[in-house]
Unconditional design. Structure first.
Ligand SMILES: Nc1ncnc2c1ncn2[C@@H]1O[C@H](COP(=O)(O)OP(=O)(O)O)[C@@H](O)[C@H]1O
Ligand SMILES: [Mg+2]
Length: 151
């Protein structure tokens, strides 16, 4: 039933909790896991202003930052993949708006389930103040696939 699972992660402790459930889904017949990290486009927008203010070439600097963040994400992803022994694993790194990219990948990979944390950690740190994080909320709101939100 849940043959192929999408696990979107911001590498936070909340997402790591969800990862524990992904592992358990082996017993429910899950064979394949797509691990997705989205480098937030909004970070770039903020940095662009700083680059402009510092009189730097925005395109050049953004490209450098872009490469660095994607590289870092790929490294962080290795730690996740090493925990997914026994599954077929696909790693995906995108740049954009997290919830939109999560929905796009859910469709293009035709996954049977999305497993994610209820909260996350972003540029402004981790917070549990809201009932549910904004990425999780938008995924639940718009997804055509079932979503397992791990609190
Ligand atoms: N940039 C991202 N890339 C992939 N998955 C993400 C990203 N940001 C959040 N997620 C997923 O969404 C879950 C909920 O995070 P989010 O809704 O962003 O909470 P918050 O608003 O507290 O940051 C995370 O545990 C993670 O599974
Ligand atoms: Mg977030």
């Amino acid at each position: 039933m849940f043959r192929k699972v999408l696990f979107p992660t911001d590498f936070s402790e909340f997402a790591n909790k969800a990862l524990e459930y992904v592992k358990k889904l082996k017993e429910a017949g899950t064979e394949e896991v797509v691990v997705l990290h989205v480098v937030e486009q909004s970070y770039f927008d903020a940095y662009e202003e700083a680059f402009a203010w510092a009189g730097k070439n925005i395109e050049e600097e953004t490209e450098k930052l872009d490469e660095k963040l994607v590289e870092k994400a790929k490294k962080d992803m290795e730690k996740i993949v090493s925990q997914l022994e026994g599954f077929r694993v696909k790693e995906v790194v995108k740049i954009g708006n997290p919830w939109e990219e999560i929905l796009k990948v859910a469709e293009s990979e035709d996954v049977s389930l999305i497993v994610m944390g209820s909260h996350g950690c972003g540029r402004l740190g981790c917070t549990l103040e809201k009932l549910i994080g904004s990425t999780a909320e938008n995924v639940v709101r718009h997804a055509k696939k079932p979503v397992l939100v791990v609190r």
